[in-house]
Design a protein around this ligand. Structure first.
Ligand code: FES
Length: 102
């Protein structure tokens, strides 16, 4: 089972291949910012990848349009576009909601 932890809340949730961090987090009440509700147009759903990036699909063109080519420095992704790779059956992912404090 792949588990994703949303910081700073410490919310741990199971996530399956093909599911986005956004849909799993929002369904469980994690307050991920959004204006477009997962359509990759608002850019508000950014999360910082703290661990488990090897379990995530690469950036798609919509993400690159919003975030540029700075992932190697910022570690920011659009949570609505970040999905767990096919075939991932175990592991841990940890993300931080930027600017959110407990
Ligand atoms: S929810 Fe708007 S870009 Fe991800």
């Amino acid at each position: 089972m792949v588990i994703v932890t949303f910081q700073p809340f410490g919310t741990q949730l199971p996530i399956s291949a093909g599911q986005s961090l956004f849909e799993v987090g929002r369904r469980a009440g994690v307050p991920i910012s959004t204006a477009c509700v997962g359509k990759a147009s608002c850019g508000l759903c950014r999360v910082k990848i703290l661990a488990g990036e090897e379990l995530l699909v690469p950036q798609n063109p919509a993400e690159k349009q919003h975030l540029g080519n700075t992932y190697f420095i910022s570690k920011l992704r659009l949570s609505c576009q970040v999905r767990v790779i096919e075939g991932a059956t175990s592991g841990t992912i940890e993300v931080q909601l930027p600017g959110v404090q407990r």
